[in-house]
Design a protein around this ligand. Structure first.
Ligand code: GLU
Length: 273
């Protein structure tokens, strides 16, 4: 009896795709463009879409939350770096969002998968009528086999531009649509017990208790100069989803398939309601 219970507990310690139907995958600006001033990296988008297509083949429902609009707008506007003022960032996003969706559409088209653009703000997720609309449309799209690609509506919302790179938005969407797993794709291979650039920093593969993580020692936004997130917003995202019983995986794009197959790569935050 005790042994069966122990085995059941251990099984919950890693991802088991069999128990997962609906997955939200969030990808940040630096993964999609590499560095400031660079165009979108088609290979990064194709790599992500390859994994999503495989998940869809396995009958999973997948929602992508993608940043990269501001980053994609930098080069076409003749800028060499991410602009520092908010209005110019919003303007760059309005140039880049179309380019970003064009690339997703093209990439998903390789698998004859239809994709949809959804632009929302964190404020939308506080209004009953907007919540009902978001849930209704996402539900309808998923039923029709479409892959929704969500980004913050940067013209009117600025939370994720200022300090999130869509980590918070992805967590709230995951909770709203009662997904079974949130995946945050990062440039490093998971969570470390200190800033990963410090000597001796060790990777943590499994987090069962977020209160033991000291977010202050983990480092802020990445060094690529195109995104605005960092480990702190990822831990905040983990708190939002794990507290309602949803697991969260942190992984780099090249490890995504292995991590979803339950291999010991990335960091898995156990649901902890
Ligand atoms: N919505 C923003 C974008 O697509 C994400 C936030 C950021 O990059 O800072 O660029």
């Amino acid at each position: 009896m005790y042994l069966t219970q122990k085995i059941l507990e251990l099984m919950k310690m890693s991802i088991n795709l069999k128990d997962i139907n609906r997955i939200v995958i969030k990808v940040g600006s630096s993964t999609l463009t590499g560095k400031a001033g660079a165009n979108l990296d088609p290979k990064a988008i194709d790599d992500l879409v390859d994994v999503v297509a495989k998940l869809k083949q396995d009958k999973k429902e997948v929602i992508v939350v993608s940043s990269g609009a501001i980053a994609a707008g930098i080069a076409p506007l003749g800028l060499s770096a991410r602009p520092s003022d908010l209005t110019s960032q919003q303007a760059a996003a309005s140039v880049g969002q179309g380019l970003l969706m064009a690339k997703y559409t093209q990439s998903f088209n390789r698998f004859k998968i239809i994709t949809a653009q959804i632009l929302i703000t964190l404020e939308d997720i506080t209004k009953d009528a907007h919540i009902a609309n978001i849930k209704g449309v996402l539900g309808s799209l998923l039923k029709q086999g479409v892959v929704p690609v969500i980004n913050e509506n940067d013209t009117v919302g600025t939370e994720e531009i200022k300090y999130g790179d869509n980590d918070g938005l992805a967590a709230k969407v995951t909770k709203l649509i009662e997904a079974d797993l949130l995946v945050l794709i990062t440039d490093i291979d998971g969570l470390y017990d200190a800033n990963p650039t410090s000597p001796g920093a060790k990777q943590i593969h499994l987090v069962s208790d977020l209160s033991k993580i000291n977010s202050d020692s983990l480092g802020g936004a990445g060094s690529s100069g195109v995104g605005s997130g960092g480990m702190v917003t990822k831990i905040d995202a983990a708190r939002v989803v794990t507290s309602v019983g949803i697991g969260m995986l942190l992984t780099k794009i090249s490890d995504l398939s292995d991590a979803l197959a339950g291999k010991q790569v990335g960091t898995y935050f156990l649901p902890n309601p």
